[in-house]
Design a protein around this ligand. Structure first.
Ligand SMILES: [Zn+2]
Ligand SMILES: [Zn+2]
Ligand SMILES: [Zn+2]
Length: 128
């Protein structure tokens, strides 16, 4: 809003109640990069607080990498279920067992492999 960048990110997607942007986003937040049946979440970014279907969407629409959602804000909404449009806290999403706690829609379990891109990692436990 107050930056002096010459290129402005594209407009937010008006189909969603939350600020959301991506590439070829469908009504359940699938995108050009992840379009499988269970790719129905959009994740909020720590740098811009905008939801994106995936990290590649963020890179394409903003021209830079996203920032993982900070642990200090894990009790704030950070994940949008594209099926029921519930906004889940990071904690609720990460503890959901790959299904929406609100509507039961299955989420892609493969997302866990990219968790560090979207959610700030826990510090390694000192006494494990
Ligand atoms: Zn961002
Ligand atoms: Zn994408
Ligand atoms: Zn849902």
């Amino acid at each position: 809003m107050s930056g002096r960048r010459t290129t402005r990110p594209p407009d937010l997607d008006p189909r969603f109640a939350v600020p959301l942007r991506g590439v070829e986003v469908d009504v359940q937040t699938r995108c050009a990069h992840y379009a499988g049946s269970t790719d129905v979440v959009a994740l909020r970014c720590g740098c811009c607080a905008t939801y994106h279907p995936c990290h590649r969407c963020h890179a394409e629409v903003t021209g830079r990498e996203g920032v993982p959602w900070p642990r200090a804000r894990f009790d704030e909404p950070a994940v949008l279920c594209g099926v029921c449009r519930a906004a889940l806290t990071a904690r609720a999403y990460l503890g959901s067992g790959h299904a929406c706690p609100a509507c039961g829609a299955a989420f892609n379990p493969g997302c866990a492999a990219h968790r560090g891109l979207y959610f700030e990692a826990e510090r390694p436990a000192a006494d494990r």
